[in-house]
Design a protein around this ligand. Structure first.
Ligand SMILES: [Zn+2]
Length: 388
C-alpha cells in the first residue's frame, strides 16, 4: 500500500463509522444513520496481474494502521461462478430489441479497455463496430461464433439522445454529476476475450451482493460510476439481485435452496442487498511533489518502507486525515503548539473530527510537499485531553 491507498481507505473507514452525522448538509436532521460496516474486498479478478501475497501485505498494513474491517475479506478470484451467473442474467435482457450483451470480435485494445481503469480515467469509447455487425449481419456473427472465433462480450449502453443514456448521481464531494453513457462511456467490455470478467462487471456484482451502500474512492472513477450505475440497474432489471436477496435473507444456514449459489465463500454476502443506487463520495487525488500520481507508485511512498523507517501509524493516519481536511483544534480538546500542519492521531481520534464538509472546502487534487516525508516523521504529537 502507498499513502494514497491509506488516504482512500481512511476516508471509507471514517465514512462508514461516522454514519450520517458526518456533515452532510442534506441528511435529515435528527435521524442518525446507523453506523456502517467496512468491508474488505481483494480485487484480484485480473488473475495474471495479481501479485502473490499482496492481500497478506495489505491486511498487515491495515491492521498496523488500526483500520479494521468487518467479516472475512472477499476475493474476486473466487467468484467467477457468481460473475458468470450475473452475465447469464444480463444476457437475458434486451435494450430496444437489441441484446444488452453482444460479442465483440475486435482485437487487443479490448483487453486494455477492460482492465481496471488506472490513472487518467482512460476510457476508450467503443465505436460500436460489432454492435452494427450484429444488427446488419446477424448470420455472420452466428457463423463466427460457431467457428469459435475469439471474442469479448460488451454491454450495450442506450442510444445517443435517449433519456436513458443520461445518468446522474449526487456525489458527496463533487456534487451533482451527469454523464451521457452513449457519448462519454460507450459499450463496455464485461468479459474479456481471455474469459476474465472485467473490473467493471465484477465490482458492480460485488457491490450489489455485498450490500455496499456507501462507496468512497478517487475522483478518477467518476465516469466509471455512471457506467456502474447502468450495469447495476440492468442487473436489477434482469432479476439477478432478487434471486440473491431471497438467498441472502434466509437466516437459516441451510444451503438447499436451488437458487442459492453457495459457492466457496458466498456466506458473507447475507447483507442488505438493495436495488437502490449506493451513495458515492469521490476524493481528490494525490500527486507526489513531482506532480506524479501516487498510483504510479514509488517505493519511498510505500507504507512498508515508512514502517521500516520507524514511522508510527498515528503519523500516517494523521497525515492522511489532514489531506482529508481534518484539522485538530483546541475546541476539540487537542492542545498543540501549531495547528497548521498534520497532527499524529489514531483513526478513532480522526473520527471525532471528520466531516465531509471539510473535504468539500477544497476539492483540488492534493500535492505532497517535497518535504512531506520529514513532515510525516516529524509530525507534531498532539496531546489529546479527551482520549485515554
Ligand atoms: Zn468489436
Amino acid at each position: 500500500m502507498h499513502i494514497g491507498n491509506v488516504y482512500a481507505m481512511l476516508a471509507a473507514w471514517l465514512s462508514a463509522h461516522a454514519g450520517d452525522g458526518s456533515g452532510d448538509g442534506d441528511s435529515q436532521a435528527g435521524s442518525e444513520r446507523q453506523r456502517g460496516k467496512v468491508l474488505l474486498r481483494i480485487e484480484d479478478v485480473d488473475g495474471p496481474r495479481a501479485m502473490k501475497d499482496a492481500d497478506k501485505w495489505i491486511m498487515d498494513d491495515l491492521h498496523w494502521l488500526g483500520l479494521d474491517w468487518d467479516g472475512e475479506p472477499v476475493y474476486q478470484s473466487q467468484r467467477a461462478e457468481i460473475y458468470e451467473d450475473a452475465l447469464r442474467s444480463l444476457e437475458s435482457v434486451s435494450l430496444d430489441d437489441f441484446p444488452l450483451v453482444y460479442p465483440c470480435f475486435c482485437s487487443r485494445a479490448d483487453l486494455r479497455a477492460a482492465s481496471a481503469p488506472q490513472e487518467g480515467d482512460r476510457f476508450l469509447i467503443y465505436p460500436g463496430t460489432c454492435r452494427k455487425l450484429l444488427s446488419w449481419h446477424p448470420d455472420e456473427v452466428r457463423s463466427r461464433l460457431e467457428a469459435g472465433q475469439r471474442h469479448s462480450l460488451r454491454i450495450a449502453v442506450p442510444e445517443e439522445s435517449s433519456s436513458e443514456s443520461i445518468v446522474t448521481f449526487d456525489d458527496r464531494v463533487f456534487g451533482r454529476q451527469r454523464f451521457d453513457l452513449s457519448r462519454e462511456v460507450g459499450d463496455t467490455v464485461i468479459r474479456r476475450s481471455d474469459s476474465i470478467f472485467s473490473y467493471q462487471l465484477a465490482v458492480v456484482v460485488d457491490d450489489l451482493l455485498m450490500g455496499v451502500n456507501d462507496i468512497v474512492r478517487g475522483r478518477d472513477l467518476l465516469r466509471s460510476t455512471a457506467l456502474q450505475i447502468w450495469i447495476r440497474r440492468a442487473l436489477v432489471a434482469s432479476g439477478f439481485a432478487t434471486k440473491y436477496v431471497i438467498a441472502g435473507n434466509d437466516d437459516s444456514n441451510q444451503s438447499n435452496d436451488h437458487n442459492t449459489l453457495k459457492s466457496n465463500n458466498s456466506t458473507n454476502y447475507r447483507t442488505n442487498v438493495t436495488a437502490e443506487d449506493p451513495a458515492y463520495a469521490h476524493l481528490p487525488l494525490i500527486d507526489d511533489p513531482a506532480g506524479v500520481r501516487l498510483a504510479k507508485r514509488k517505493r519511498s511512498l510505500d507504507i512498508s518502507s515508512l514502517r521500516a523507517d520507524g514511522v508510527k501509524p498515528e503519523q500516517i493516519i494523521g497525515y492522511c486525515a489532514w489531506l482529508l481536511g481534518v484539522r485538530a483544534s483546541e475546541s476539540q480538546g487537542v492542545h498543540m503548539p501549531d495547528a497548521t500542519g498534520p497532527v499524529a492521531m489514531s483513526a478513532r481520534e480522526a473520527l471525532e473530527r471528520f466531516t465531509w464538509d471539510d473535504i468539500r472546502v477544497d476539492k483540488s487534487d492534493r500535492i505532497l510537499p517535497a518535504n512531506w516525508a520529514s513532515e510525516l516523521t516529524g509530525a507534531k504529537t498532539a496531546v489529546y485531553s479527551k482520549q485515554q
